[in-house]
Write a protein that binds this ligand. Structure first.
Ligand code: FUC
Length: 803
C-alpha cells in the first residue's frame, strides 16, 4: 500500500495551532488560500462553466447552485416539492390475477413469457412515475466586470457559506450565498470595497413554459405552473397524470446606498455599496394527497419574517443552526502543502498523491450535503439531493429504492445526524399507506409493499419493465432505516408509535407472499422478483431473502422489546427459519440466485446479493467466515470499478470485510475526475469538479456512500454478543494510507458517542460517551473491553487497556 508521498511535509493536525479559519466580514477581502482549511473548504480560481462545477447550497427545502461568474452570476435554484404530475394511485387493478401464472412460467423456465405477461398485466399505471423539476434561475449582471483578477470562489463547509471574490477596475467585489433553514430563504449578499461602486441588474426566470414575471416595489415575483411530464420520457400509452402544481418565487432587494430602478422584468441597482437579495419560493404542494396550498401567501409569509433582519443576523442564525448539526463530528487526517491547491487540482492528482485531507473533505461534504438536502419536515434527499437543473432529469431525479435512496441515508445515524432521517421515515410511513393498495391489487395480500422506485406521490407499484420493476423488497429495505433509528437512539416511544406499526405491516405482507420452492420444499422463497437489475424476472433472488430475514428479525425484536404480539412473533420466527439460506457456488462465490448460475466475468454495477454483508448484518468475517470469504470472491469477480454509487457501496463492503486497504482502493477509484457528464453505465464513475458524485451523470448517492464508507473504516457497530449487546469495533478497517488521525462524535448502535485518535496505526485513545447506560463491548484488533456503563458517563481507553 502506498504511503503518504508527502509525509515529511505534514504541517499539523487540527486544531491547527495559531491558524484561524474563522473569518469576519472585514477580514473577508484579504483572505488567501493559506487561510482555507483544506478539510473543510472547496475552492476554485475560475467561475463554474458547467453545472457540475457550480457549488451547492441548501436548507433541506430550497437548493441553489452558485456559478460564481463575474460579469454574469447565475444561481440555479430548486424547491423540493416542484414535481410534475399530481396525486395519483399507480396500482394496477386486479394485477394479482396473473401472479400464480407468473410464478409457474418462471418455474418452468419461461422467463420471456413471464416478462411479456408481467408487462401486459402487472405493471404500474402509467408504467413510470413522475419527475422532479428545476424551479428557476436568479441572474445578476455586472456591467464591465468581464476583466476580473484575483478571483476566488469557495464553499465553506464549516459555516455553510458559498462565496465569490474578485477585483475589477481596482475595486474588490464579494458575494456570499447562504441557504438558511431557520429563515427559509436563500440569501445573496453583495459587497464592494469602495463606497457606491456596486451597480448590477437582477433578473429571475424559470424553465417552465407557463410562467410570468412581475415587479412590485422592490420585489421580483415569478408565478407559474409546472410543465407536464416530458413527453420524450413517456414510455407507454397510458397517459401520464397532468401536472397541477403551481409555484411562486420572490426576490426582495435591499440595498446599502445607491438607487433601485425597475426596468422591464429586471431591477437595476446603481451605485450602491452593498445589497442583500432575499429569495423565497413555494409551491401548492401540501402532501402526497393534497396540493391545495397557496404559494403566494407562503412566499409573503417567508418574506414578512425577514423584514427586520440584517444580513449579519440572518447569517448568524444560519451558522448557529447549521453548526448545531455539522459540528457534532470532526475528522482530522492531516494535510500538507499539496492540500492548499484548488479543489479541482487536488481531485486531478488524488490517485497519485492520496492527499488525506481530500478524504476528510469528501467525508464532511457528504454530511454537509445531507444537512443541505434533508431536514426535519422536508422531503427526503432524492437521486440528486435537491439539486436539479433539468426538465427531463436522469431517472426523473426521483427515489430509486433498490439501493440509491437507502445509500443517501447510510451516513445519517453513524455520523450523528439522526434527526435528518425524519423525511425518510415519513416517506416510509406514507408508502406504507399507498403500498397497501398495491399489496391488495398486485398480490391480493394484506400489509404493504413497495417496488424499486417511488416519487413525491408515493408510487409503490412496479414500474418501467417487468424484468427489473417487479422487485418486492423496496419497502422492506427502507424498514431497516426505521429500525436503525431505534437502535441508535433507543427511543421506545418512536419504536412503538411509528416504526413498529410500519415494520409489522411490511412483515405481514411477506408472511403470505413467500412460497415453497418446488426444488427444495423445505425452503420459502421470494418471487416473482429480481436481483436488482440483473438477470431479469426470477424466483428466489438471494437479496430478497436477506432483506426479508432482516425485516422479520427486526420486527420480532421490536415486538419483544415492546412486549406485544406474541403469536405474530411466533409465526414470524417459524417462517423466518425456512427462508432459503445464502449459498456458496461453484467458484466459491456467494450465489446471486438459488441456482448456481453466476457469471464470473460479469462486472455488473449492482452486487445486491452482498446485502447481508452491508447494509445487512447476517454475514460477518467473525461469525460467518465462509460466507464472508464467498463475498470476497464475488467482489473480486465484479471488480473494483462501476458507477459512482457502485464504487461507494464497495468501499462499505470491503470495510465490512475488515480490509481497509481494499476499501481505500475503492475510495480512490471513486475519487477520480468523472470523464463524462452523460448517462453511461460503463466504467466512468467518479467525482465532478464540485465533488458531486458521478454515476455518470450526477447522482448524489455516491457522496453519501463515500461518507458512510469512510465511517465504516473507523467504527462499526453491527456485530452483537449473545446478550444482544453491540460491539463497537474500533478502527476495524483502517487503511495504511490513513495511519494517523482522529475523529470525534461518531455514533454506535446501543446509544454511544465515540471519539478515536490513532497514531501510526496505534490506538492513542478511544473515548465513549454512554447515552443510554447500555453495556459496552469495545473491540480493537480482536481484543476486548466489556463493561457496564452509566448514562451520561464517559469512558476512555488506550491501546494498552485492551486485553
Ligand atoms: C438504478 C441503478 C442505476 C441508477 C438508477 C437511478 O436503476 O441501476 O445505475 O443508479 O438506479
Amino acid at each position: 500500500m502506498m504511503k503518504h508521498k508527502f509525509s515529511v511535509l505534514l504541517i499539523s493536525f487540527l486544531p491547527l495551532s495559531g491558524i484561524s479559519f474563522g473569518q469576519s466580514s472585514n477580514e473577508y477581502f484579504s483572505e488567501t488560500k493559506e487561510d482555507l482549511n483544506p478539510s473543510l473548504v472547496l475552492w476554485y480560481d475560475q467561475p463554474a462553466q458547467d453545472w457540475t462545477e457550480a457549488l451547492p447550497v441548501g436548507n433541506g427545502r430550497l437548493g441553489g447552485m452558485v456559478f460564481g461568474g463575474t460579469a454574469r452570476e447565475k444561481i440555479q435554484f430548486n424547491e423540493e416539492t416542484l414535481w410534475s404530475g399530481q396525486p395519483h394511485d399507480y396500482a394496477h387493478e386486479r394485477a394479482w390475477e396473473v401472479l400464480d401464472e407468473l410464478r409457474e412460467l418462471l418455474w418452468d423456465g419461461k422467463q420471456k413469457q413471464a416478462h411479456k405477461l408481467g408487462n401486459e398485466r402487472f405493471m404500474s399505471q402509467p408504467f413510470g412515475q413522475l419527475c422532479y423539476q428545476p424551479f428557476g434561475n436568479v441572474v445578476l449582471e455586472f456591467p464591465d466586470h468581464e476583466n476580473a483578477s484575483e478571483y476566488m470562489r469557495k464553499l465553506d463547509l464549516e459555516n455553510a457559506v458559498a462565496s465569490v471574490t474578485y477585483k475589477s477596475g481596482g475595486i474588490t467585489y464579494n458575494r456570499e450565498i447562504i441557504a438558511s433553514s431557520p429563515d427559509q430563504a436563500i440569501i445573496i449578499q453583495l459587497g464592494s470595497s469602495k463606497k457606491n461602486a456596486l451597480s448590477f441588474s437582477i433578473g429571475m426566470n424559470s424553465p417552465h413554459k407557463d410562467y410570468d414575471v412581475n415587479i412590485e416595489n422592490q420585489v421580483i415575483i415569478i408565478k407559474g405552473k409546472a410543465n407536464n411530464y416530458p413527453e420524450e420520457l413517456g414510455r407507454d400509452g397510458y397517459p401520464y397524470p397532468e401536472s397541477k402544481l403551481i409555484f411562486e418565487a420572490r426576490i426582495k432587494v435591499v440595498t446599502d446606498g445607491g438607487e433601485i430602478i425597475k426596468q422591464d422584468e429586471k431591477i437595476n441597482i446603481k451605485n450602491a455599496t452593498g445589497a442583500t437579495l432575499q429569495l423565497v419560493a413555494a409551491t401548492s404542494f401540501v402532501n402526497y394527497k393534497d396540493i391545495s396550498g397557496d404559494p403566494s401567501s407562503r412566499c409573503e409569509d417567508y418574506l414578512d419574517q425577514l423584514v427586520d433582519k440584517s444580513y449579519d443576523d440572518l447569517k448568524k442564525d444560519h451558522i448557529e443552526d447549521y453548526q448545531r448539526l455539522f459540528n457534532r463530528v470532526s475528522l482530522d487526517l492531516g494535510y500538507s502543502e499539496i492540500s492548499l491547491r484548488t479543489t479541482n487540482e487536488r481531485l486531478n492528482t488524488f490517485k497519485d498523491d492520496e492527499d488525506a485531507s481530500l478524504v476528510s473533505l469528501l467525508f464532511q461534504y457528504g454530511r454537509y450535503l445531507l444537512i443541505a438536502s434533508s431536514r426535519e419536515g422536508t422531503q427526503p434527499a432524492n437521486l440528486q439531493g435537491i439539486w436539479n437543473d433539468r426538465m427531463a432529469p436522469p431517472w426523473d431525479s426521483k427515489y430509486t429504492i433498490n439501493i440509491n435512496t437507502e445509500m443517501n441515508y447510510w451516513p445519517a445515524e453513524i455520523t450523528n445526524l439522526a434527526e435528518l432521517t425524519d423525511p425518510l421515515i415519513r416517506m416510509v410511513e406514507e408508502l406504507s399507506v399507498t403500498g397497501q393498495n398495491v399489496a391488495k391489487e398486485h398480490y391480493n395480500l394484506d400489509g404493504w409493499v413497495a417496488h424499486h422506485n417511488t416519487d413525491i406521490w408515493r408510487g409503490a407499484a412496479p414500474i418501467n419493465n417487468a424484468n427489473h420493476g417487479i422487485w418486492v423488497s423496496g419497502g422492506a429495505w427502507l424498514c431497516q432505516h426505521l429500525w436503525w433509528h431505534y437502535q441508535f437512539t433507543g427511543d421506545k416511544v418512536y419504536l412503538k408509535d411509528r416504526a413498529y406499526p410500519v415494520m409489522k405491516e411490511a412483515s405481514r405482507f411477506f408472511l403470505n407472499y413467500l412460497v415453497q420452492d418446488p426444488g427444495h420444499p423445505e425452503w420459502l422463497v421470494s418471487g416473482p422478483s429480481n436481483s436488482p437489475e440483473i438477470g431479469g424476472l426470477v424466483m428466489a433472488p438471494t437479496m430478497d431473502h436477506q432483506i426479508i430475514r432482516n425485516l422479520f428479525a427486526n420486527t420480532i425484536e421490536a415486538a419483544e422489546i415492546l412486549g406485544i404480539d406474541r403469536e405474530f412473533v411466533e409465526v414470524l420466527k417459524e417462517k423466518r427459519s425456512r427462508i432459503a439460506p445464502n449459498l456458496i457456488g461453484q467458484y466459491g462465490q456467494l450465489q446471486e440466485w438459488l441456482e448456481d448460475k453466476d457469471d464470473p466475468e460479469n462486472e455488473h454495477r449492482h452486487v445486491s446479493h452482498l446485502w447481508g454483508l452491508h447494509p445487512g448484518n447476517e454475514i460477518h468475517p467473525i461469525t460467518t467466515p465462509d460466507l464472508a470469504e464467498a463475498c470476497k470472491v464475488t467482489l473480486s469477480q465484479r471488480g473494483d470499478g462501476g458507477t459512482g454509487w457502485s464504487r461507494a457501496w464497495k468501499i462499505n463492503f470491503w470495510a465490512r470485510l475488515l480490509d481497509g486497504d481494499h476499501a481505500f482502493l475503492l475510495l480512490k477509484n471513486l475519487m477520480v475526475p468523472s470523464r463524462t457528464t452523460e448517462t453511461n453505465m460503463r466504467d466512468m464513475g467518479g467525482l465532478y469538479a464540485n465533488l458531486f458524485d458521478s454515476h455518470p451523470p450526477f447522482q448524489i448517492d455516491g457522496n453519501f456512500g463515500a461518507t458512510s464508507g469512510v465511517t465504516e473504516m473507523l467504527l462499526q457497530s453491527h456485530l452483537r454478543d449473545y446478550n444482544g449487546d453491540f460491539y463497537l469495533d474500533i478502527l476495524p478497517a483502517l487503511p495504511s494510507t490513513l495511519s494517523t488521525g482522529s475523529i470525534s462524535g461518531l455514533k454506535g448502535r446501543g446509544g454511544f458517542e465515540v471519539s478515536i485518535s490513532w497514531d501510526e496505526n496505534k490506538l492513542a485513545s478511544v473515548e465513549i460517551l454512554s447515552l443510554n447506560g447500555n453495556n459496552l463491548n469495545l473491540r480493537f484488533k480482536d481484543r476486548l473491553i466489556s463493561t457496564e456503563t452509566v448514562a451520561g458517563a464517559r469512558y476512555t481507553y488506550s491501546e494498552n487497556d485492551f486485553k
